[in-house]
Design a binder for this molecule. Sequence first.
Ligand code: PRP
Length: 184
Amino acid sequence: MLNDVEEILLSAEDIENRIKELAEKISSDYKGKELVLISVLKGSMFFTADLIRHISIPVILDFIAISSYGEATETSGVARIIKDLEENIENRHILIVEDIVDTGLTLGYLMRTLKLKNPASIKVCTLLDKPVRRILEVPIDYKGFEIEDKFVVGYGLDFLGKYRHMHFICTLKPDIIGIEGRTA
Ligand code: PRP
């Protein structure tokens, strides 16, 4: 697996240090409130697990999983929920936790959908932001790192389902991802 790595962009230490800062800010911003973290499966599970353990206020954890309708999502943002929340989020403060915001279509769909359930507030925390790829503008309240337009894996992010469990975030060698490369 390590042989497939081209360049490490963010080390485990970089990620850990930034997560501590984000958790501190979140804990301070939500002081006196009960926070519901919504982790968007599967990519954000590692980020969520580390983030939540550094949050020092009461917090409830829930998960949601989205499936896109194949190629249509690239332009339309059409998606569907394949694993819904278990918590009732009405009148509660929710924070969506993502591993990456790329086109913004997934987050746009999620926000539209979750707003219909009338939460008290809805904010977004993402580990990675790739603004150059944005199709739909989405608000990001807490951001770990902004990255350039490179296809990255590790720490939750996959290529064909693999590489999620790597401790760092990296690019893969061109012969692994194919000659055309990947941007998202
Ligand atoms: C990734 C990521 C975000 C979404 C971002 O999920 O976790 O949910 O893509 O892309 P967008 O901004 O272009 O919509 P993916 O569909 O790869 O599923 P996974 O988390 O299960 O890997």
